[in-house]
Design a protein around this ligand. Structure first.
Ligand SMILES: CC(C)(COP(=O)(O)OP(=O)(O)OC[C@H]1O[C@@H](n2cnc3c(N)ncnc32)[C@H](O)[C@@H]1OP(=O)(O)O)[C@@H](O)C(=O)NCCC(=O)NCCS
Length: 188
């Protein structure tokens, strides 16, 4: 669980990267990180992570029983390179499910950070006793994320047709991908 952090991983280019839970003191680093994400990608985020007020409230009201935010930071200077958050409902009807959202800094993509974070979140979900991890991808925009998830055994279980509008007002499908977890089984 969260006590298993920090963990150190090595990116494909040899950069040492630390995975750890988000803390309140990350406010500025998180805002800086999300400010460097291209606007076309920011558009599809559920929250405006570059809004100082929003970010402060999000961090101050964080309920670590329902939200599990992990960042990947550079070991040498602490800069945030990637972020992944698991969202879990308090409702017993869907408490066995988590929703995953991931973002990797554009300059640090294709270095396996996304794969490491998704794998790590699968492990965290198993430790939490979760049975399903759900990820949603905007077709034609977040296909790289869908491909990464597919390589890590997520399977497409549904499509919400024309569910999302892009910045130009064009409708896009939302692809729902699911990874089912088994209690006695691990990737590690
Ligand atoms: C999708 C994302 C998380 C991948 O992170 P990453 O660290 O670059 O990915 P990895 O280096 O671990 O690559 C894993 C796999 O992803 C796929 N992938 C990564 N970048 C890709 C690209 N530009 N085009 C197509 N596939 C890509 C490949 O299948 C790759 O496997 P391979 O290297 O064996 O070919 C990252 O590109 C990102 O943050 N995208 C924007 C945010 C987003 O789409 N979020 C999804 C909504 S939850």
């Amino acid at each position: 669980m969260m006590k298993d952090y920090p963990k150190t991983i090595v990116a494909k280019d040899g950069t040492l990267v630390r995975l750890r839970p988000v803390v309140k003191a990350d406010e500025d680093a998180l805002r800086k990180f999300f400010a460097q994400i291209p606007e076309e990608e920011q558009w599809f985020l559920r929250e405006n992570m570059t809004d100082q007020e929003f970010l402060r409230k999000w961090l101050n009201k964080m309920d670590y029983d329902q939200v599990f935010p992990i960042v990947a930071v550079k070991e040498d200077d602490g800069a945030i390179l990637a972020s992944i958050t698991l969202y879990r409902s308090a409702s017993p009807a869907i408490r066995h499910v988590v929703h995953l959202r991931i973002m990797v800094h554009p300059e640090y993509r294709s270095l396996r950070l996304g794969s490491w974070l998704i794998l790590d979140s699968v492990k965290l979900s198993m430790d939490l006793g979760v049975e399903k991890v759900i990820a949603e991808f905007v077709a034609g925009v977040e296909d790289a994320a869908g491909a990464a998830a597919a390589k890590l055994d997520f399977q497409q279980e549904g499509v919400l047709r024309e569910y999302v509008k892009d910045r130009q007002g064009k409708y896009r499908d939302l692809i729902i991908m699911v990874r089912n977890l088994h209690k006695d089984w691990s990737d590690f």
